[in-house]
Design a protein around this ligand. Structure first.
Ligand SMILES: [Zn+2]
Length: 95
C-alpha cells in the first residue's frame, strides 16, 4: 500500500467516511472479499455480492482461481454477473 492509495483516499476524503478507517485487512464483520483470486472487490451483500456453491463456481472459473474452503463462496457483483452470463444455460433453474 503506497502513497498512491493515500492520494486516492485524500481525494475522496471530503466527508462522512473519515471516521471509518478501512485500510486494514482485518475487516469488520460482513465485509468479505470476493472469492475469485484476481478480484479485489467486496462480496458483501451490501456491495451486491452473492454466495454461490463452490461446484457452480468451478464450472465458470478454474478451481485454483477460487479462494476459500467452504462449500459456498461469496463473490462480488461483477463476478456474479460474469457467472450468470456463463451459466446462461441454467436459466431454467429456480432461485
Ligand atoms: Zn469479484
Amino acid at each position: 500500500m503506497g502513497f498512491k492509495a493515500k492520494a486516492r483516499k485524500a481525494r475522496q476524503g471530503s466527508g462522512k467516511d473519515d471516521g471509518r478507517k478501512r485500510r486494514s485487512r482485518e475487516l469488520p464483520d460482513g465485509e468479505k472479499p470476493c472469492a475469485i483470486k484476481d478480484c479485489k472487490n467486496w462480496a458483501d451483500k451490501s456491495h451486491g455480492g452473492r454466495s454461490i456453491a463452490f461446484d457452480n463456481l468451478a464450472d465458470v472459473w478454474e478451481e485454483d482461481q477460487l479462494v476459500g474452503e467452504s462449500r459456498r463462496l461469496a463473490i462480488c457483483k461483477p463476478c456474479y454477473r460474469h457467472y450468470k452470463k456463463e451459466k446462461k444455460d441454467d436459466e431454467s433453474q429456480t432461485w
